[in-house]
Design a protein around this ligand. Structure first.
Ligand code: KIV
Ligand code: ZN
Length: 393
């Protein structure tokens, strides 16, 4: 089998979404078959490069989901996960082979803690990696290999097994920070050093796969790109085991908004972000926290008087990206006890009430009184206030 040469420009970063595999591994985030197909379709539509659709050997349901996603895929590469044994890899291939562009992703834990579980010596594990990657590559010309817990693996051993996997035919080497232990400087250095020192490293793509245990998954992923990684593994809303994985919406928007200092492009249509975020929240049963970057309810909302006044004059005063770019209709200026006259006037105008200053002042006093008693003042509340004002004047 031949490998298709990668003709993407140097500054292109591939987005590998694992919402349906690592994301679904979150306790309680199980999705139905139909929901998985729907999410895969939305990911494909937003031009994610690779979709990790599941772990085919894990269950009949996972196998069926990965096979169907492979069949329905239009543009994205469809990937399945397999442990380092032939049975897993064969099962994975049976599921992903239907895709226009299939990928097998095989992995084994390489750190001392993880080597102790199958009780393999370093040499025995190295042989296993050689054999399983070779086997996968005989089935599929697109093979990803991951040394699980790479960031806690001894440097010499990591470099050795990465070289073995490359020689055995891996086309992507993923460096997982499985327990969210690394930090940005280290994340960049590790990839940089692997590319510089491992023979054959310049011929394959390095990927970064970060978990968020210390809240650094996005920073670590971007740092890895700085170090030379050209694939980011992530999930919608940062769904994933424990504190989750790198959030797709965060890395994609960070690369877009700060392109001046991080000049790498993704192919993602960012205007589809909000819709898929909401669907993933609904089908996984994991609501998005209000202050979550990019997709939280408050990410483009401003309540305080100073902020609302600034936003009404120039949106750039308090927003570094346009809500429309992530698929929102616009900024929201919810009215509450911190809001000022400018926002009230603007809202009333939008509701069809133009008022003189003295009338506005009266309404403003009543509004503040109501806002002290209520978290948010809605359109209907305002209409009632104006009517009350009209009745007494
Ligand atoms: O976090 C991890 O190490 C993984 C691997 C299976 C890639 O999810
Ligand atoms: Zn993971």
């Amino acid at each position: 089998m031949t490998t298709t040469p990668d003709t993407r420009p140097e500054n292109r970063v591939l987005i590998f979404d694992t919402t349906l595999r690592d994301g679904e591994q979150s306790p309680g985030a199980t999705m139905t078959h139909a929901e998985k197909l729907e999410i895969a379709d939305l990911l494909d539509e937003m031009s994610v490069d690779i979709i990790e659709a599941g772990f085919p050997i894990a269950s009949e349901g996972d196998f069926k989901a990965v096979s169907e996603i492979a069949k329905q895929s239009r543009n994205a590469t469809i990937c399945g996960l397999a442990r380092a044994n032939y049975k897993d890899i064969d099962r994975c291939w049976e599921a992903v082979k239907h895709a226009r562009s299939p990928r097998i992703h095989t992995f084994i834990g390489t750190s001392p803690l993880h080597r102790a579980i199958p009780n393999l010596t370093q040499d025995e594990m190295a042989q296993r990696i050689h054999d399983t990657v070779t086997h996968a590559r005989n089935l599929c010309d697109n093979v990803q290999w991951s040394p699980m817990d790479a960031t806690r693996t001894e440097w010499d051993y990591l470099a050795r097994v990465v070289e073995i996997a490359i020689k055995a035919g891996a086309t992507t080497i993923n460096i997982p920070d499985t327990v969210g232990y690394t930090a940005p400087v280290e994340s960049a250095d590790l990839i940089r050093r692997l590319i510089a020192e491992v023979p054959g490293a310049d011929e394959i793509i390095f990927a970064t796969h970060c978990h968020n245990d210390l809240g650094m998954a996005t920073a670590n992923s971007l740092a890895a790109v700085e170090g030379g990684a050209r694939q980011i593994e992530c999930t919608i809303n940062g769904l994933g085991e424990r504190a989750g994985n790198t959030a797709l919406e965060e890395v994609v928007m960070a690369l877009k908004v700060r392109h001046d200092i991080m000049p790498w492009d993704t192919g993602v249509d960012t205007r589809k972000i909000m819709n898929i975020s909401r669907r993933v929240a609904t089908v996984s049963g994991f609501p998005v926290q209000f202050n979550k970057a990019i997709v939280g309810k408050n990410a483009f909302a401003h309540e305080s008087g100073i902020h609302q006044d600034g936003m009404l004059k120039n949106a750039e005063t308090f927003e570094i990206m346009r809500p429309e770019d992530v698929g929102l209709a616009g900024t929201s200026l919810p009215l509450g006890k911190h809001s000022g006259r400018a926002a009230l006037r603007s809202k009333l105008k939008a509701l069809g009430f133009e008022m003189a200053d003295n009338q506005l002042n009266d309404t403003f006093v009543r509004f503040k009184d109501l806002a002290d008693r209520k978290k948010e003042v809605y359109d209907d509340d305002l209409i009632a206030l104006v009517r009350q004002n009209e009745a007494v004047s």
